[in-house]
Design a binder for this molecule. Structure first.
Ligand code: FES
Length: 169
């Protein structure tokens, strides 16, 4: 089965879960975005065909929400809160500097090993526990320079273990 057929099969499986109506568009895009870290052109096409929703509409939804990406991203997408309650914390700037230093990238970029993408977000709902960031679906609070380095190392090891397991299959 080629990559495009695999994708269409995946979309059909999601249609079985979420239904074929227009209301299924968002949950299907969310699942694809979560599974692949982004929504590819081929994925948008497969969703459009499966739901019988115009391609322009699928593309419009996929590009409207900042949670979605239509560009390839790392296995782990880091979203750092940039809103004032977090940004005024004394540990905020040291934590950001540690992110830049550990990853070797800035906001809007993906690390060369393909493991991390770094983004900023507005309030992530943990204002009294900032500085805060979300990595995929996991929240991390009370960030410090040291905790950022530990958190990134944990994810790096997880990604490397997953890559090794995949190679061994
Ligand atoms: S201000 Fe950062 S989580 Fe609300």
């Amino acid at each position: 089965m080629d990559a495009q057929q695999t994708l269409r099969t995946e979309v059909e499986q999601l249609v079985r879960v979420h239904g074929r109506g227009r209301t299924a568009l968002m949950p299907i895009l969310q699942d694809l975005n979560r599974a692949h870290s982004y929504i590819s052109e081929d994925a948008m096409l497969a969703v459009s065909d499966a739901l019988n929703v115009p391609r322009a509409e699928v593309y419009g939804v996929a590009t409207f929400y900042s949670y979605f990406s239509v560009k390839p991203r790392g296995v782990y997408v880091i979203r750092v809160c940039r809103t004032i309650s977090c940004a005024k914390q004394p540990d905020y700037h040291p934590a950001i500097a540690a992110l830049f230093d550990e990853l070797g990238i800035g906001f809007g970029e993906t690390s060369s090993d393909g493991i991390f993408s770094l983004e900023q977000t507005n309030c992530a709902g943990m204002c009294d526990q900032g500085p805060a960031m979300v990595v995929n679906d996991d929240a991390h609070i009370h960030l410090t320079e040291a905790s950022v380095r530990t958190i990134l190392n944990d994810y790096r090891h997880k990604a490397q273990a997953a890559q090794s397991a995949k190679k061994a299959q």
